[in-house]
Design a protein around this ligand. Structure first.
Ligand SMILES: [Fe+2]
Length: 443
């Protein structure tokens, strides 16, 4: 959401209502696309049954908006424990006495009706939780995040395709440069002004980077294939020690969902088997694969600080933009976000979404692995609860930035931080490369 400084409470309410409707339309589409049997089945041990995600979306909404913000009686306090993500690992969720699909749908509808009433009657000021509609924005983002998770479940599901979308547009303009220099020095990282930014993105602070080069586009399938063909998966030189152990243990040989056929590599994408498109960003690779590719290519992954500077720093003004292209919210010309398409766009797409330094596709298409651990920014304060971010600090996570084609614009920002285990491949993650600048390359 844009900065709400100039919005009246009524305008904030309208935006909240619109975002709540959009996220619910998406959740409904993702769960109505399959039959009852598919909804309750676990398509992968990595994922919850879709019906768990649906009721969990409703339960979080009830906890925060109906009970906390609204001060209303519980709709169903008997199910809180079932849908507490910290109580049950994903692998164990199918065995729980979960709400049946019909019950889950009724439940989320009942909660939502009460939430619209709460939205009408709650002054959006006074309490930090409701200032600028924050709690509502947090719940919108939560639902959209689970929608992306449900989209990943759809990708893991076997059977005939049930999701359909147009292909993304192809860039007409050629790429001016393969890599660009990001100047060294300080820039403003994080935010203290985005009304719906989450605790881990706060506060805005000065961060320093040495001058470095970053690729203007993510690594493509075609480039990644060259790594496979060169024996990259069989050469421990390119892998970290832990990465190599994982490559061996999990028997990784190619991105997830790829299969080698007599006529080359194929992949399965939401139930469709197709030739691997060479000009699309590679997706469904884990951090270790990204890092091995980077070593083989003689480069490295960017750190999270570097990624954000490449995305937000405007050398003309010295300030950090909200988004790579400027301060206005994403439109379809800027980025492949919001599940409008069911695939990343070819590398070099979205010239209108380029950063001030000329880096493309930072938002949307594929989440980008960064070579950084999850750490709090200086001045971090947990809000509204420790379980949002703080309990994950210092864990076995690597950072992911920028969102994917399956990320909604309401659930990502120039400052948005995502993280996951370095072995995860079911998420829509790829990467781009960076390298140090040599002294003679820095003006
Ligand atoms: Fe959740």
């Amino acid at each position: 959401m844009t900065t709400t400084e100039n919005l009246t409470a009524e305008q904030v309410r309208e935006r909240v209502a619109e975002q709540l409707r959009r996220s619910r339309a998406r959740s409904t589409a993702l769960t109505d696309a399959v039959d009852e049997d598919d909804l309750v089945r676990q398509h992968s041990r990595l994922m919850s049954p879709l019906v768990w995600d649906l009721a969990h979306i409703g339960n979080q909404e009830e906890l925060w908006l109906v009970r906390d913000v609204g001060g209303r009686d519980p709709v169903r306090s008997d199910i809180d424990e079932l849908y507490d993500a910290f109580q049950h690992a994903r692998a164990d969720r199918p065995a729980l006495p979960l709400l049946k699909p019909r019950e889950a749908r009724t439940y989320v509808r009942e909660v939502r009706e009460k939430v619209f009433d709460v939205l009408e009657r709650t002054p959006l000021e006074g309490r930090r939780l409701v200032q600028d509609g924050f709690a509502f924005g947090m719940i919108v983002q939560h639902e959209q995040q689970h929608d992306e998770t449900m989209l990943a479940t759809h990708q893991l599901r076997t059977g005939t395709p049930v999701l359909h979308a147009e292909d993304p547009p192809r860039a007409a303009e050629p790429l001016p440069a393969r890599e660009v220099l990001v100047p060294g020095g300080e820039f403003t990282m994080g935010t203290s002004t985005e009304p719906w930014a989450l605790d881990n993105e706060r506060p805005a602070h000065a961060a320093h980077v040495d001058a470095f080069f970053i690729d203007t586009v993510p690594v493509s399938n075609g480039e990644y294939l060259a790594f496979i063909d060169a024996g990259g998966y069989d050469d421990p030189r390119w892998w970290s020690e832990v990465g190599w152990a994982h490559r061996q243990g999990a028997n990784l040989v190619a991105p997830r969902f790829w299969e080698r056929g007599p006529a080359g590599w194929h992949r399965t994408r939401f139930g469709v088997v197709e030739q691997v498109p060479l000009d699309e960003p590679v997706v469904h690779v884990c951090f270790h694969e990204a890092q091995a590719y980077a070593n083989w290519a003689g480069k490295r992954l960017p750190t999270e600080v570097e990624w954000e500077k490449a995305a937000r720093f405007d050398p003309a003004t010295g300030r950090s933009r909200r988004w790579p292209w400027g301060d206005e919210d994403p439109g379809p010309e800027h980025a492949n976000l919001g599940q409008r398409h069911l695939r990343p766009a070819p590398v070099g797409s979205y010239p209108a979404g380029a950063s001030a330094l000329g880096v493309r596709q930072l938002m949307g298409d594929v989440w980008e692995w960064c070579d950084s651990d999850l750490r709090p920014y200086p001045g971090f304060a947990a809000f509204p609860y420790r379980e949002y971010s703080e309990v994950f600090f210092g864990g076995d996570y690597k950072m992911l930035r920028g969102g994917s084609f399956g990320t909604d614009a309401s659930a990502v920002r120039g400052t948005f931080r995502n993280w996951d285990h370095p072995i995860r491949r079911q998420i829509f993650a790829g990467f781009r490369l960076a390298r140090d600048a040599r002294p003679d390359e820095v003006r």
